[in-house]
Design a protein around this ligand. Sequence first.
Ligand code: ZN
Length: 406
Amino acid sequence: MRILLIVCDGLGDRPIKELNYKTPLAAAEKPNLEKLSSVGVKGIMDTVAPGVRPGSAPAHLAIFGYDPGKYYTGRGVFEALGLGLELKEGDVVFRFNFATVDDRMVVIDRRAGRISEHTGELAKALNDISIPGVELVFKEAVEHRGVIVMRGEGLSWKVSDTDPGKTGLRVKKCEQLDPSPEALKTANLVNKIVEESYRVLKDHWVNRDRVKQGLPPANVVLPRGASILTKVEGFKERYKLKASCIAGGTLYKGLAKFVGMEVLNVPGATGTYETNYKAKVEASLKALRCFDFVFLHFKQADLAGEDGDYRRKIKVIQQIDEALKPLTFLDDTLIVVTADHSTPCSIKTHSADPVPIMICGEEVRRDDVEGFDEFKAARGGLNRIRGLDLMPILLDIVNLAEKYGA
Ligand code: ZN
């Protein structure tokens, strides 16, 4: 028996008046999910805990069976891993924005006009910065974003952000958030990085060109979201499962890599509305031939929720459903469909509403709930579980669980 875990990011929602108090999932036409549900047990899940509005990173860790209270030490490390950087235990990773400042370090544009071209050139120039006692790696990400890896002795992730949050204010000094000498050292290093980044970037040809075109120059980096790479036992050691991941978004690839999954690159899998749903499902089917566990991630329901667009959310759910058609008849695979959190269109952000979940397969003790949405799932035989319960339940169904006690 193999396991296919399908996470539809932000899938859960709240009743929407315009939909006659249905959720987008309840309102969507989803014949394939319904077919699948007939061989499954349904339930709802608090990925972190009841009442907690989880970020995607801690929610995924919990679903993978890793207590986020212990293993979630900031988002940056996952972004860096997802960008393909090799990290070592103890590395401190920051996310950053390219921004525009004047010569007094007053922020004029927090995103440097959402710069998206030539940020690789800028990162390359930043990689020439040398500060004694620490190794630095700068890597560009989507649009104006990037990551900084800090490697060296005596570093800490307990330091504050430098982005002042609005324009017209000076870049914030990075401060230590605990009294340790490590936090002080790291905060000083961050302040030095900000200063050096301005020196390196202000006259860079990319920025000269931008100024000529009337665009704000990306003349500084604003580090934020300090995080640290902790040691973790991967899927193989922990569960004896050879695992792989199919995702478009960097964060999800990074989370998968963190727990020892092999990240498979699928052409057209983007983590945006334009993703190739079918290619991702086909790649998952292929991956199931050589992996025991496949994590398939779809980001789009969350994007629609954050856009507050319930019509779009219905549409992406229907696109996912259509793509899942080849998965409705697999006799040797346990198929799990769930979400990492709810992203209600009405609030455009994550909520603590439990997510629907179904576990489908031949050996599953199926319930008599027909269909799959938040309301129906709440009546299912799985009842209400937490994210950390999921892996033990799956391991039991595929007979990989060990007996407790004599
Ligand atoms: Zn999410």
